[in-house]
Design a protein around this ligand. Structure first.
Ligand SMILES: *[C@@H]1O[C@H](CO)[C@@H](O)[C@H](O)[C@H]1NC(C)=O
Ligand SMILES: *[C@@H]1O[C@H](CO)[C@@H](O)[C@H](O)[C@H]1NC(C)=O
Length: 339
């Protein structure tokens, strides 16, 4: 692989050098300020990550007054680089990588859908009814659905899109399901990725053995992080048809890549990573009115999830319990106030 820093030093020596440099700065600086500046050549592979891992937390509020080139050089902006250095959720390199490789455009409005059961008006298992009750049959809304699965089976958002002119973003990590999803001509962006469980891009091992129940089984440790000399204890298994490495991005990164931070409905059903995914979201940067989240595979269950969302200024307004579904509904407090 051998990704390099912009100065083309091999990554490891550069890191050691940077470490020494930072240490020296720390020891000799009278004020002990060693804040990263945009001029710094390599970001730190920080152990202590700032809360949301945003550019402003590392580079200050004025970071975007600089030209993007300052943070973006074609020689180093690769996915390996983004993963290894745990680049910020809103790092221009991360957004560029997503736009170039991980976003499918919505089908044009006049292209017909290709559904297995076109007669089924609303295939969702209760979610769309519940959300549209709260949103009073809103038209032209915007959704995020993860996983989007094949774009039809149990789709929470097909009714909104087809009958109420919504558009949105369908995120699906399962390779086979994503292939089907893109053949449906959904009028929404699609992304063949998973949502990060940490506030940076990361590679995971994904278990797609049982179609709709695909889940992340292991958070892969990038090899260049084995600086302590220990080999990866969980040797990443070779990719097989059902078990394979998958690239994840924070939800906020995907939203920036499609230029949309106002969201009417976010459906999150990823078989266990829901809590961690919700923890990565910088809630002060996005406006997500309603959420349904599966709770029955989450450690801490519905109570834990609800505590997290209450701390993010959401209110639990109900539960959806159907054959396929154990989900909890949250509505943003400010939306409840102003609706
Ligand atoms: C929303 O649409 C459904 C189905 O067409 C209808 O039964 C319901 O009364 C509508 N709700 C509102 C608030 O308009
Ligand atoms: C993948 O999922 C299937 C079905 O849930 C399970 O039987 C299998 O043990 C899992 N494989 C791994 C490597 O976790």
């Amino acid at each position: 692989m051998g990704f390099t820093c912009p100065n083309r030093l091999p990554a490891l020596p550069a890191l050691l050098f940077l470490g020494l440099f930072m240490f020296t700065v720390y020891v000799y600086s009278p004020s002990n300020q060693s804040n990263g500046s945009p001029a710094q050549q390599c970001p730190q592979p920080a152990d202590a990550q700032p809360k949301f891992n945003l550019m402003e937390e590392t580079y200050g509020n004025e970071w975007d007054k600089q030209s993007a080139d300052k943070y973006l050089s074609p020689s180093y902006c690769t996915i390996e680089y983004a993963n290894t250095f745990k680049l910020q959720q809103d790092h221009p390199c991360v957004i560029q990588l997503i736009r170039e490789n991980y976003i499918g455009q919505p089908a044009p409005k006049n292209v017909p859908y290709q559904m297995d059961h076109p007669e089924t008006i609303d295939p969702s298992d209760g979610q769309s009814k519940e959300i549209l009750k709260i949103l009073k049959n809103l038209t032209n809304g915007f959704f995020i659905e993860c996983g989007g699965f094949d774009g039809e089976f149990l789709s929470n958002t097909l009714y909104m899109e087809r009958s109420l002119d919504w558009t949105g973003l369908l995120v699906e990590a399962d390779k086979k399901a994503y292939g089907q999803l893109t053949s449906r001509n959904r009028k929404a962006y699609t992304s063949p990725a998973c949502l990060s469980t940490k506030p940076y891009p990361m590679e995971v091992v994904y278990n797609g053995t049982v179609g709709a129940y695909g889940a992340i089984i292991e958070e892969k440790i990038p090899q260049s992080h084995s600086l302590k000399g220990e080999s990866n204890q969980i040797a990443p298994a070779k990719d097989t048809e059902h078990i394979y490495k998958m690239q994840c991005f924070p939800l906020y990164s995907l939203l920036l890549a499609i230029g949309r931070t106002q969201v009417d409905y976010f459906g999150l059903d990823v078989e266990g990573s829901e809590y961690k995914i919700l923890e990565t979201i910088p809630w002060h940067k996005v406006n997500i009115k309603t959420i349904t989240a599966e709770w029955n595979h989450v450690p801490g269950g519905e109570a834990g999830l609800t505590r997290l969302m209450e701390s993010n200024k959401y209110t639990k307004t109900g539960l959806i319990s159907n054959y396929y579904t154990r989900e909890v509904v949250y509505v943003r407090n400010s939306f409840l106030v102003y609706q």
